[in-house]
Design a protein around this ligand. Structure first.
Ligand SMILES: [Ca+2]
Ligand SMILES: [Ca+2]
Length: 181
């Protein structure tokens, strides 16, 4: 009886764990063909997030031959502020370049650039890989974010720069925090 009770308590304790458990690496899958049809690319297949000791790496995997012109990655580092604290942007211009900006809301006109990096590239398989030093995602003197959540928008230059596919959803982050490894 006692064993049963302990087992039951253990099960209850497990069920009581917060849904937003941390992990060093997560994958967010996205449905195929759910993008806004504009005649251009931008259908995201999945997003992978790695939180390493010195960098946060976000890999955006488009459906085959369906890359967007432009990717916007919103980074949540603080649950007390409902929106993102940082935005990463990269385009497929001749010389791909990654910018990191500090923001207070989803669309912050006063965004402040914290880093401008060459550490953005497309892999041979068309994956857009953002590799950001943690120092770009922290206030001065801070150690860097304990954990991050991510939102990715695919955008095109034509007919406009409105998002055509968003992971996981408009103005929402992945459920799971990705803790530093
Ligand atoms: Ca998709
Ligand atoms: Ca936040």
């Amino acid at each position: 009886m006692r064993t049963t009770t302990i087992a039951a308590l253990a099960t209850t304790a497990l069920l009581a764990l917060p849904a937003a458990a941390s992990a060093q690496t997560i994958t967010m899958d996205d449905p195929k063909g759910d993008q806004v049809r504009t005649g251009f690319g931008g259908d995201v297949d999945r997003v992978e997030v790695e939180h390493l000791k010195t960098r946060v790496v976000v890999s955006v995997v488009p459906e085959k031959d369906d890359a967007a012109d432009y990717w916007v990655v919103h980074v949540d580092t603080d649950a007390r502020n409902p929106g993102p604290e940082y935005v990463l942007g990269a385009s497929v211009e001749v010389e791909p370049r990654l910018t990191v900006s500090k923001v207070d809301t989803w669309h912050d006109p006063d965004a402040t650039r914290t880093c401008s990096l060459r550490s953005f590239r497309y892999t041979d398989t068309g994956v857009a890989r953002f590799s950001v030093p943690r120092r770009c995602l922290r206030p001065a003197g801070d150690q860097g974010p304990k954990h991050v959540r991510i939102n990715v928008e695919a955008r095109n230059d034509y007919p406009d720069r409105k998002p055509v596919d968003v992971v996981p959803a408009h103005h929402a982050f992945g459920k799971r925090w990705v803790a530093v490894g």
